[in-house]
Design a binder for this molecule. Sequence first.
Ligand SMILES: NC(=O)C1=CN([C@@H]2O[C@H](COP(=O)(O)OP(=O)(O)OC[C@H]3O[C@@H](n4cnc5c(N)ncnc54)[C@H](OP(=O)(O)O)[C@@H]3O)[C@@H](O)[C@H]2O)C=CC1
Ligand SMILES: [Mg+2]
Length: 365
Amino acid sequence: MGNGTSRLYSALAKTLNSSAASQHREYLESPDPEHLEPIDPKELLEECRAVLHSRPPRFQRDFVDLKTDCPSSHPPIRVMQWNILAQALGEGKDNFAQCPVEALKWEERKCLILEEILAYQPDILCLQEVDHYFDTFQPLLSRLGYRGTFFPKPWSPCLDVEHNNGPDGCALFFLQNRFKLVHSTNIRLTAMALKTNQVAIVQTLECKESSQQLCVAVTHLKARSGWEQFRSAQGCDLLRNLQNLTQGAKIPLIVCGDFNAEPTEDVYKNFASSSLNLSSAYKLLSPDGQSEPPYTSWKIRTSGEYRHTLDYIWYSKHSLSVRAALDLLTEEQIGASRLPSFNYPSDHLSLVCDFSFNNEPDGLS
Ligand SMILES: NC(=O)C1=CN([C@@H]2O[C@H](COP(=O)(O)OP(=O)(O)OC[C@H]3O[C@@H](n4cnc5c(N)ncnc54)[C@H](OP(=O)(O)O)[C@@H]3O)[C@@H](O)[C@H]2O)C=CC1
Ligand SMILES: [Mg+2]
């Protein structure tokens, strides 16, 4: 990628002010893409913690075991879904009313995001609102063993913000020691036959342990109220594409996204009733297994307080099982100023699930 890439990487070379961080900043500052030595996740985590030494500690979240009856012979596949909040939107467009500007400083906020990823070490990582792919996530995550793909929004609202870092978009990462890439597609979603500003990435992966194929999609649908039918049309377009890419639901599927839609919306209902036989993983955390969590995003804008369930991990319910899911933050943990905050870097919570295949060729199930 030549000089353009070097320019993008140079953002990583910024000196961190924290004196405690100075002994630990080797990885966060490594600017040379030609010498991408592997990073030990523990050391990067230590480096992030040193940068964050003056902030309150990370929130404790526990995994809830959901399927302990039948053991699996292969390690589970951990999937993380997260709208990480684009830096340009957080500082320039979202109008957060209670979040101090210092909590949004990129040099520290990026460490909170990395800390969250490193704490759970997903095998597959699906992100939205990524506007620091080339200078932060791609170089660091590739050194942790991930292969990444980024697909920016064609008219990202980040570009309207002064001193932006480029467009935001979706990113999909997978651990190369667990998967081989079989097929990758970037989709610009349509609504009523027109191209829209929303995108998806869909990849077919082959599991190295079991040779089973898995199709993974990441998307971020149109935001705001008044756009419900538009989101529904975008969802229909994504479902149509997924029908083809899974060869008519033959390949097990996981769809991660910020759907910007409550479960009452048509787009949710269309996903829940599609012939792809999808179920939403986080419903399993509810007592009856039928209800979505009360919120996945909680923020106070100058226009008011917004508490919504918008983010989902859909999975093929006949071919995959959810073995565990990371519990959400409580209202008390989130605090009165809501999100983002000094403790949590985004207005959306991360969702993390452990999956296993129901029919493992050599399995015990
Ligand atoms: N330069 C140009 O010619 C063009 C520019 N644009 C820009 O793109 C924007 C529209 O793009 P589009 O992708 O459809 O945007 P969306 O309506 O999907 O929203 C974009 C982002 O804004 C966030 N958002 C949601 N609600 C609010 C709110 N009430 N206040 C502030 N931010 C909010 C969303 O975050 P979340 O998902 O977390 O809720 C989302 O990431 C326009 O406003 C314009 O800035 C668009 C077309 C052409
Ligand atoms: Mg947002």
